[in-house]
Write a new protein. Structure first.
Length: 705
């Protein structure tokens, strides 16, 4: 609100709300009841927006939305320099675009995210210098950090820290002094401009120190508090599950980022390089300013972690893609998916569609595990009669065993885990390669478990005297046998096909989505078709991946496609909730605040004698009212506004007839309004409600006086 009103004033008059002409820093007016100065870049960006576009909420928020787009583009270009691979660069950009905290706060006209384009711009310049050795990139890196000082107050700690990190990289590479001079020249140029302004306005420093002064405590107590707040930003729940103070239905990042960060850690431990260490240092430093302020879990104040975390996640994906050995690649790949599955399972009750996400996350592991198991196996070397006999024996024994003692679910989970962990084996058991019949038995066992767990026959009616249990057992056997046949047929077709990465990626995503929505159909016949299709496609894809040395070549694309599918599946409910439930849970104001102001505007007459009384007990209520009046070009109503910020019946009685009153409901206020209506002091009253049905505002019209 402050940024919007200040920007509107600057755009209209060139002066801020305190009358200063084009200041470098913007001071909060006395009505905000705190001593604080805001950084200039966001305010001037909004001023430019409302100078050329109408003054509205959308246009006030536009600069930060454009900054978010710039973040995504810069993440892509940083990825291009880091990895020399468009797919990895695109993965970094998409992960940032789908980061819940980035999406949420970039839609708000505040400066918490304003320094992100400057952080990414600095990273891009540094990486380009390391690649091309042109000193103007270092000057650009320093200049970007220097200008970034004027974006958000945390920049006064972070930007110098990033400059020191750059100097450390230069020292590691034994760069000449000219490189340090180029970096310092770019950084100190905007810093000098800020220092000159502060010299003439020392209140910028004193008021800021007053705003963030800490309680008197010993050095040890202060350090302990900083450490506790710093640790709060690294809680798995905050990072990946429910965000700050559990008000979201996703974390600051999506679940795939957690697994990829683990892979990035493996890469840094085994093969550290300046770029990865720079990202790691930035990630660890970014929450320090927020920790000094003492607000745990307020991740908008630690927004600087986002570009570093996402780019490190891309480093982890690169390691899965290009690990130095096949065994290391398999370990990294498996660790990523086990982390995603483990976190989802651990916070099962807090993750929307947790069971579906776990199912989708098991698909890449199951596909690669089967690819290892079926390596060098020729399904077409086994005759169809032999397959039928072996499959029938396995399926009948399995179903009879479950008829006596039903433990299908734990056995199925154990079987899936065993198949998934086969990804870690570079070579499959020799017995399987030499005995295709045994492989057919394994396929039948997997098919039987899969269909037993996911197809329900509650809709089946009895047929004559046949017992229901016998009928269901027969149907289970038929479906399991059909699934086995479809899986082996798919394996045979895939063995004759030429493996293409694009085909494998599309198939994997389709299988994940189908398995994610395995409970979509309630009709058992549709469920049978979906279950059989998922199983057959999984086996067929595994055969496509196991040809020759294809698995090593495919693990990177498979991981990228699978993780982005999980990311989209997790982001979609967050996106839907953001515009519905979250507005009621997390908004600082009632969602119906705007409708309340709209109601006042629609009822306000042209009679200048009729007052508008704001009895809303919120200190900034008058400023919100001012914003809406400017937006609607009704500034004339300001002269008629009485911002009492409290409900005073005696004063309301003295208002001219037809005056409007806005206040908030409470037992005391409601009783007063009833009494005033009975006396005729109020002739009309409307009660507005929030999106969850909670009463939020009264709009009253005064009566006889």
């Amino acid at each position: 609100m402050f940024s919007a009103l200040t920007a509107q004033s600057v755009a209209a008059t060139g002066r801020d709300l305190n009358g200063r002409f084009m200041p470098l820093y913007f001071q909060l007016p006395d009505s905000f009841e705190t001593r604080m100065w805001y950084q200039p870049i966001v305010v001037y960006a909004i001023a430019a927006s409302v100078k050329v576009l109408p003054f509205s909420q959308s246009n006030v928020r536009l600069p930060m939305a454009l900054a978010a787009v710039a973040d995504i583009l810069l993440a892509y270009y940083v990825g291009r320099v880091l990895f020399r691979n468009q797919a990895l660069a695109a993965a970094a950009a998409v992960l940032l675009a789908l980061t819940p905290a980035h999406f949420s706060d970039s839609r708000v006209a505040m400066d918490h995210h304003a320094f992100l384009p400057f952080i990414l711009g600095w990273l891009l310049c540094v990486l380009l210098y390391l690649e091309r050795r042109h000193r103007y990139f270092l000057f650009g890196a320093g200049l970007t950090l220097g200008v970034g000082l004027f974006t958000y107050i945390a920049s006064y700690i972070l930007m110098p820290a990033f400059a020191l990190m750059t100097a450390a990289v230069l020292f590691w590479r034994r760069e000449p002094l000219r490189a340090y001079a180029a970096l310092a020249g770019g950084f100190f140029l905007p810093l000098a401009i800020g220092a000159l302004y502060i010299a003439g306005h020392p209140a910028v420093i004193t008021d800021t120190l007053w705003r963030y002064q800490r309680q008197q405590a010993s050095v040890v107590e202060r350090l302990m508090k900083v450490g506790t707040v710093y640790a709060s930003f690294w809680q798995p729940r905050v990072l990946f599950i429910s965000g700050p103070r559990a008000i979201w239905i996703a974390g600051q990042f999506l679940l795939p980022v957690a697994g990829l960060l683990l892979a990035a850690g493996m890469k840094i431990v085994r093969k550290p390089d300046p770029s990865s260490l720079l990202l790691l240092a930035g990630l660890l430093i970014a929450p320090l300013p927020a920790s000094l302020v003492g607000e745990p879990e307020v991740i908008r104040r630690a927004a600087g972690v986002m570009p570093f975390a996402v780019l490190l996640a891309a480093v982890g994906l690169e390691y899965v893609w290009r690990a130095e050995s096949e065994r290391t690649q398999r370990i990294a790949f498996t660790s990523v998916w086990v982390t995603v599955i483990g976190l989802t399972t651990l916070y099962y009750l807090d993750v929307p569609h947790a069971q579906a996400l776990v199912r989708a996350a098991t698909v890449p592991l199951a596909v690669t595990g089967l690819a290892v198991l079926f390596n060098d196996v020729r399904f077409d070397s086994v005759s169809i009669p032999r397959i039928a006999i072996v499959s029938s024996i396995v399926l009948v024994v399995m179903h009879l065993a479950y008829f006596v003692w039903n433990q299908a679910t734990p056995v199925g989970v154990a079987l899936l885990a065993a198949v998934s962990l086969m990804t870690l084996m570079v070579r499959p058991p020799a017995r399987l390669a030499n005995d295709p019949t045994l492989v057919c038995s394994l396929v039948a066992l997997i098919a039987g478990h899969f269909t037993y767990n996911y197809v329900d026959y509650a809709q089946i009616h009895r047929v004559g005297p046949i017992p229901a249990s016998a009928l269901i057992l027969a149907l289970r056997l038929v479906v399991a046998f059909a699934a086995t046949g479809a899986a082996i047929a798919a394996a045979r077709v895939a063995q004759r096909s030429r493996g293409l990465v694009a085909v494998a990626v599309v198939a994997l995503v389709a299988i994940q989505l189908a398995y994610f929505s395995i409970d979509q159909f309630t009709d058992y016949r549709l469920r049978v078709m979906q279950v059989v299709a998922v199983l057959a496609a999984t086996v067929g894809l595994s055969m496509l991946l196991q040809r020759g040395n294809a698995l090593r070549r495919y693990l990177g694309p498979v991981a990228a496609a699978g993780l982005l599918t999980i990311a989209v599946a997790q982001f979609a409910p967050f996106y839907a909730d953001y515009f519905s439930g979250f507005r009621a849970r997390g908004a600082p104001l009632p969602v119906s605040a705007r409708p309340a102001f709209d109601a006042l505007l629609s009822k306000a007459s042209e009679d200048s004698s009729r007052a508008i009384y704001l009895g809303w007990p919120y200190a900034l209520g008058e400023l919100y009212w001012r914003f809406y009046l400017i937006e609607r070009h009704r500034e004339d109503l300001l002269a008629r506004t009485i911002p009492d910020l409290d409900f005073k019946p005696e004063r309301i009685k003295a208002l001219p007839r037809g005056s409007l009153v806005m206040t908030t409901p409470s037992p005391v206020v409601d009783a007063e309004i009833d009494a005033m209506a009975a006396r005729g002091d109020v002739t009309r009253r409307d009660l507005l409600r929030d999106v969850d049905g909670t009463p939020t505002f009264w709009i009253l019209e005064t009566g006889a006086h």
